[in-house]
Design a protein around this ligand. Structure first.
Ligand code: UD1
Length: 422
């Protein structure tokens, strides 16, 4: 397993290009199952999660080809599709569950292994099941698999979700594009990745209104066509790199960034003493004083502060002047980075869904372990600001969601290198 070695060396300056969004791409790729014609995605990120989704689609009978080193992905589902998403692939990544809605809509049946619990929380599938059941699917759990079928195809329906789940919104919307009649989803999630999925489905001929609001209306059509679609900027990668000048000092411009992708996050940065300016090509970020100020953070569905930036924000607040409280409202066990940050001298107390962080003047390098995707990058941020050397082990978590991290940070002056294991 590879590790990453970081030597903290003060302010970082430069320009960082932000990739296409992993979470958008993971929803856009299964959309290919809805059409016999090819779907091409441009601006795709080059990540291990995308390779896992490629493997899953190939196992279902989709032809996938990648150009420009993986930045352009073309998928074709014209052949006979296999309706079974196997455990061996699904267990690697929860987003595998996004093939359920499209397979049901196209084939009328599907078997998708139940994604297991994962480190950050239980993450059940009940909201997905309720949403697809509302469209007329019959779903039962047998031998660890969800067996789903329809009698005579999916039918449009009005459905309100008990919680605005991102994945369940994506599954419902994709399934409803080929259902008979009109479907309305209430309490829908509003994340930019969902908006991006709907823009792509519309290019494929789907009739959908209300993206970005909590009510989405879908008029079912008989078939969808092929399309080419550019993946939206990754707001989580964006937010992560915006924290680099925040924690080390210096000035970094994140190419492709827009404030509307990270509005709630920018408000917290401003309160902490970080300036963000929108330029023609992205967002420029600088720290106003030597030290940031403490701020309280509560994670919420979009447009609130994203749970996927909570670990990275905690790394910043470990160095703040004062005490901050972070409340995690989306996942029940998402503070695993706290004990690792404490190995670097951070003062953090976790109680249930709250973490109280008392800022210290300096973090110190240490050997630490990545426990999940966003936790791993929070340790790298902390290491950039720490005195001495940090070795982050288990960086396969990082590779799921960040492409060429060492390259992007080295270009801004960071001392960071990957130690490859044999
Ligand atoms: C997506 C993102 C993930 C992000 C999360 C919340 C992708 C590929 N992943 O995950 O990075 O952290 O949104 O912004 O886009 N829940 C249920 N029952 C369900 C579904 C969800 O109880 O059927 C719960 C989950 O356990 C969790 C909460 O709802 O506590 C949010 O989950 P959801 O919005 O569905 O997240 P994902 O789509 O899995």
């Amino acid at each position: 397993m590879d590790s990453i070695l970081v030597k903290g060396n003060g302010p970082l300056n430069g320009v960082i290009p932000i990739a296409g969004a992993k979470n958008a791409c993971l929803a856009l790729m299964p959309a290919t199952l809805l059409s016999e014609e090819p779907l091409t995605l441009t601006n795709a990120p080059r990540l291990s999660d995308i390779r896992t989704m490629t493997q899953l689609l190939e196992s279902l009978g989709v032809e996938v080809s990648a150009l420009q080193d993986g930045k352009v992905i073309t998928m074709s589902s014209h052949g006979l599709l296999n309706p079974v998403a196997d455990y061996d692939i699904v267990r690697k990544m929860r987003a595998s569950n996004l093939v359920l809605g499209p397979l049901l809509a196209r084939l009328g049946h599907a078997v998708v292994s139940l994604p297991g619990g994962c480190a950050i929380g239980a993450r059940p599938m009940d909201i997905h099941i309720d949403a697809l059941t509302a469209l007329g699917a019959e779903i039962e759990l047998r031998d660890g698999n969800l067996h789903a079928k329809t009698q005579g195809g999916l039918k449009g329906a009005v459905h309100e979700m008990r919680f605005a789940s991102v994945g369940a919104t994506e599954n419902f919307v994709m399934a409803a594009t080929l259902a008979k009649g009109t479907s309305v989803l209430k309490n829908a999630a509003r994340e930019p990745e969902i908006v991006d999925l709907i823009h792509c489905l519309r290019r494929m001929g789907a009739e959908i209104e209300g993206e970005g609001t909590s009510t989405i209306t879908i008029q079912g059509v008989d078939r969808l066509n092929g399309a080419t679609h550019p993946v939206v900027t990754d707001r989580i990668e964006l937010g992560t790199y915006m924290l680099v000048p925040a924690i080390t000092g210096g000035e970094i411009e994140c190419l492709g960034g827009r404030i509307n992708l990270v509005g709630a996050f920018c408000e917290k940065l401003d309160a902490a003493g970080i300036s963000v300016t929108e330029t023609e090509r992205g967002l420029k970020v600088t720290r106003r004083n030597d030290r940031v100020k403490a701020v309280d953070v509560v994670t919420e569905p979009f447009p609130g502060f994203p749970t996927d930036l909570q670990a990275q924000m905690m790394a910043l607040l470990c160095t703040a002047d004062g005490t901050s409280v972070l409340e995690e409202k989306i996942f029940e066990n998402r503070f695993m980075h706290a004990p690792e940050l404490m190995r670097m001298g951070a003062k953090i107390e976790v109680q249930g869904g709250h973490a109280t962080v008392t800022g210290v003047e300096k973090l110190r390098g240490a050997r630490v372990m990545a426990t999940d995707l966003r936790a791993s990058v929070s340790l790298i941020l902390a290491a950039l600001a720490a005195e001495g050397e940090t070795v982050v082990s288990r960086v396969y978590h990082l590779d799921r969601g960040y492409e060429r991290v060492e390259e992007k940070l080295s270009a801004c002056g960071a001392k960071i290198e990957r130690i490859r294991s044999e």
